[in-house]
Structure formats: C-alpha cells, structure tokens
Design a protein around this ligand. Structure first.
Ligand code: SF4
Ligand code: SF4
Ligand code: SF4
Length: 355
C-alpha cells in the first residue's frame, strides 16, 4: 500500500476509535455549519440537472429495467406476437453476455452471465474465447458496474436491504474470512468445468458424467439463485427439457432451492449483498479482473475528512473499508460501482476516477 494509503489507514483507525468515544454536545453554530454543508452537497449537481439526475434513483430504474430486459423474450412468448417472436429469436441466437449471473438456457433469456456461459462452453469442449474476451474488456473498463447496476440477484438483494436502515457489519477479520468462501467455490466450479473440458476433448466425458452426475457440467447451478429463478422455476411450472430433471425431479429439492433464494433475499435485509460478498463465485472472478479497472472510485484529499466521518463505509453495500485505500483509487475487488458512497458523502469527496 502507498504512503498515502497508509496515512489514510492511520486516519481511518483514529476515526474508528473516535467513533467509540462519547460524542460532545454540539453548539448551535456547529449545527448550523453542518446544515450548510448538507445543503452544499445536495446542490452539487447543477440545477436544473439535479431535478433529472439522482444517481440512486437512476440506478434503481436501471436495475428494474434489466430484470425485464434479461428475460425480454417473456413478453413475446406471453403475448404470442409472431413476427416479434421471430425477431427476438434471431437476436436470442446472438445472446450477448455480461459479467453478471444469468443462465444461458433460461427459456426467456436475452442476456446471459459471462460466468454461466463460460461454464457451459468449457463443459461442451469449447474454449470460451469470445465470452472471456468480452468479459475482460468490460471489467477492465467499467469494473464491476454490471454487478451494481444490472445483475438481477444483486438487484433483489439491494431492494430487500431498503426495508430497514439497521445493518449488521461483521468485524473486519470475520468479513475477510467469509469473503474467502466465494473464492473456494470458484475453484471447485472451474476445476470441474475444466476437467469436463479435457474429458470431452479426450472423448471420455461419459465416464465423468457417470461418476459426478450432472454436477460435471453444472456445479454452481444448484445454488445459483439466477438459475433457480429464471431457469428452474419456469420449467417447474411448464417443464420443457429433460436435462434439468435431476434438479426438479422432486418437489423437495426444488422447494429447498426456492428456500435458498428466499434466504438470500431475507438475509440481505440486514446484511446487504451478503450473497455477492461471500458466496458468488462469479463475483470473485469479476473482482479479480476489475480491481484495476479504468473507471473507478476515488476520494478527493482536499475534501475528505476521514478522521471525522465514515459515511461512505456505512452506506457501502459491499462493506468496503473505503478509508483504508489510497485517495486516488479504491482498488477493491469488491467495489461494484454502485455509487452509494458518492451519493452519501457529506463533503462531496468521492469522485469517479478515470485511469
Ligand atoms: S456478485 Fe452479486 S451482482 Fe455480481 S454476479 Fe454475483 S450475484 Fe450478481
Ligand atoms: S464520507 Fe466522504 S468525507 Fe467521509 S470519509 Fe468518506 S469520502 Fe471522506
Ligand atoms: S466503494 Fe462506493 S461504489 Fe464501490 S461498492 Fe462501495 S459504495 Fe459502491
């Protein structure tokens, strides 16, 4: 970590210890000063643009839009518009991928997740050149913005977390330990996918499938909330293929999976984005590539007062200790570019950085 980063860390620690001290009663002029500060921040976006642009609201709208856009085929399938359906089907064959989680073979899918697609390609004996290339380019430029603005599972957790302001933040060491779990899951899933890739190339995939069952090419799917919601749930209502019967053959397994999705949403009321932070293997991969993205978040040292406040950390859904990073760039693999810190910083110190 750079000298500046260390200095910032020291200040953050001092501020943390300050948090535990009893607070001094504020005088009237001090209160007035604080109110003035808030007014200035509110007016940071010039009028009349501020009437139109509210980053938080914009993100919510984009998130809602993408829940439907990802499954846009549902509209034509439901309404039976033949010409439109034919058009959608052509587009669907080109299924674009984004660094999110969304199953490739969901019946209404228009957009798939890069990780899901890579897994499918590997297990089909195809090296995912295009998917991998597109994923790296997107993550290297805009970081994990797709996690923050597009991924439906992130969206469900974000909306659940709006239900209460009371949040539980595990101690830093516990948080670190929990974050490791998604890395272990990534290793298991990719190990099986690459094993299958090699087996397909050697024409011995049948043996592997006999040993591992469909886990050989769908290791993440049983606990992939996007797969459960967008692929299994519609098939459970209207089964269309035999391949997924191992997951939906009994209501018991399916109900357990639906229960897991409910757990993801309910727990995120108090632990924002806990699935993203601790369990999502796709998020782990995206974080490794996006850490040094071209566009990121930084703090303006002239405006930031890390000894006096920690608002940015309190509102960060990924529980990132922002003040521990150098001012220039929050090089955290967990930053999803949600801009919550930017919207809430009382000093307008958070800035979008390029390069
Ligand atoms: S980390 Fe969260 S937002 Fe990102 S792909 Fe995984 S579930 Fe989606
Ligand atoms: S909320 Fe703003 S001023 Fe406070 S520590 Fe974070 S960036 Fe600095
Ligand atoms: S650091 Fe800021 S932009 Fe990144 S995840 Fe936290 S709140 Fe969102």
């Amino acid at each position: 970590m750079s000298e500046e980063g260390e200095r910032s860390e020291e200040k953050a620690d001092e501020a943390d210890s300050e948090e535990t001290k009893p607070k001094k009663k504020e005088s009237a002029p001090e209160k007035e000063k604080k109110k003035d500060k808030k007014r200035k921040v509110k007016g940071r976006i010039p009028y009349p643009l501020s009437l139109l642009v509210n980053i938080r609201m914009l993100r919510r709208l984009v998130q809602i839009f993408f829940i439907f856009a990802i499954n846009a085929y549902i509209f034509t399938a439901w309404f039976g518009l033949e010409q439109v359906t034919i058009f959608w089907e052509q587009f669907r064959n080109l299924l674009p991928t984004l660094p999110i989680i969304a199953p490739l073979e969901a019946p209404f899918a228009m957009i798939a997740g890069s990780f899901d697609t890579m897994q499918r390609e590997f297990t089909a004996g195809i090296f995912p050149f295009f998917t991998l290339g597109a994923m790296i380019i997107i993550l290297a430029i805009v970081g994990r913005a797709a996690c923050g603005w597009v991924c439906p599972i992130g969206t469900f957790q974000d909306f659940a977390s709006l239900l209460t302001r009371e949040k539980i933040r595990p101690a830093p060491n516990t948080e670190e330990e929990l974050r490791r779990v998604k890395g272990y899951l990534f290793i298991i899933v990719m190990f099986l996918a690459v094993w299958m890739f090699v087996s397909v190339l050697q024409n011995s995939a049948e043996n592997l499938i006999n040993t591992l069952g469909l886990f050989a090419y769908a290791a993440f799917d049983p606990i992939n909330p996007a797969y459960i919601i967008f692929k299994l749930a519609p098939e459970q209502a209207w089964p269309t293929s035999i391949e997924t019967l191992w997951l939906i053959s009994t209501w018991g397994i399916f109900l357990a999976q639906i229960g897991f999705v409910a757990l993801v949403v309910i727990v995120s009321i108090w632990f924002p984005r806990w699935f993203c932070r601790w369990l999502c293997p796709a998020g782990w991969l995206y974080g490794v590539i996006a850490r040094d993205s071209l566009i990121g978040i930084g703090r303006n040292p002239a405006k930031c007062t890390p000894k006096e406040c920690n608002t940015c950390e309190v509102v960060c859904p990924m529980n990132i200790r922002i003040r521990r990073f150098p001012y220039q760039h929050v090089h955290s693999p967990d930053c999803i570019m949600c801009l919550e810190c930017l919207s809430h910083c009382p000093n307008g110190a958070i800035e979008i950085k390029f390069g």
